[in-house]
Design a protein around this ligand. Structure first.
Ligand code: MN
Length: 135
């Protein structure tokens, strides 16, 4: 039996959130959601997701800062975070990686690319777990 991996989507735009949810559910993941950065941090602490999709343009605390705060929390530090951004602003990729994102995806969301990046990030996390993650 396989337990579905749990993905937290932090996204303030309802249409993007719906799209990301539909894609991830179709892939068999469990999806939990937050529509701003503060809620994203709180839900990450409560739910310990396997992976986080992080919109960088959020009201209040932006996705870069949310990522830094999650990275700074020892209990959450190993969760891979994939940055999602509306338009490839010059330097966003580097900034996202510097903040602690494992990967970077641009909107408009390309379904196959997103699915591949999510699967790859989960696989890499599993291989770094030292075997403890699948128990
Ligand atoms: Mn946004």
């Amino acid at each position: 039996m396989t337990i579905a991996e749990k993905i937290l989507v932090v996204e303030d735009n309802p249409l993007n959130l719906e799209l990301l949810r539909d894609i991830l559910l179709a892939e068999g993941y469990d999806v939990i959601e937050a529509s701003d950065g503060a809620a994203g941090i709180e839900i990450a602490r409560l739910e310990r997701p396997d992976l986080i999709l992080m919109d960088l343009q959020l009201p209040g605390i932006d996705g870069f800062e949310v990522t830094r705060r999650i990275r700074a929390d020892a209990r959450l530090a190993s969760i891979p975070i994939i940055a999602v951004t509306a338009h490839a602003m010059k330097g966003d990729d580097e900034r996202a990686r510097a903040a602690g994102c494992a990967a970077f995806v641009t909107k408009p969301i390309e379904v196959r690319e997103l699915v591949a990046v999510v699967a790859e990030s989960l696989r890499r996390r599993g291989s770094l777990d030292g075997g403890g993650g699948s128990a």
